[in-house]
Ligand binder design. Structure first.
Ligand code: 5GP
Length: 128
């Protein structure tokens, strides 16, 4: 059991396959630390996922296990992607689901970026 108390990282998850190039994605941005791509089932006019390149299941896993450079690089990429999509001025939402209560579907840590319309109140509107 790791620090999160969650099952270990599963290399068969869909984002691991995207990182390995085994399945396609509509790429928005990539650098040494992160990959950003459009969500396959968008919940807003802009719905982009930003994932770290390392094998982390959750925020707890990432924050405890990733190096300072990985953490800085990842969160810089999240901010860069939001800015580059033109979302800074109108505003947007960044959200990460962890575990069952949040409905996390893919066991590779990721931040959703939602934008392109007023998003309503936080919990009710974030996932439609
Ligand atoms: P979660 O519920 O884990 O926070 O979010 C997982 C997200 O991944 C969902 O919004 C879902 O639509 C998206 N997703 C699942 N499979 C794929 C895929 O194969 N490609 C892309 N681009 N997004 C995916």
């Amino acid at each position: 059991m790791d620090v999160t108390g969650l099952p270990p990282y599963d290399d068969a998850n869909v984002f691991a396959k995207i990182l390995r190039g085994e399945i396609p994605s509509r790429k928005v941005y990539e650098d040494e630390w992160a990959l950003a791509f459009h969500d396959i089932n968008p919940q807003a006019p802009v719905h982009v996922l930003v994932i770290p390149k390392g094998r982390y299941c959750s925020l707890a896993d990432f924050s405890a296990g990733a190096s300072d450079a990985e953490i800085a690089g990842f969160f810089r990429a999240v901010g860069h992607v939001a800015r580059s999509l033109g979302l800074e001025a109108p505003g947007y939402r960044a959200l990460a689901n962890m575990g069952d209560h949040a409905g996390q579907e893919v066991g590779h840590f990721h931040v959703h970026i939602f934008g392109g319309r007023p998003l309503g109140r936080m919990i009710q509107s974030a996932r439609g």
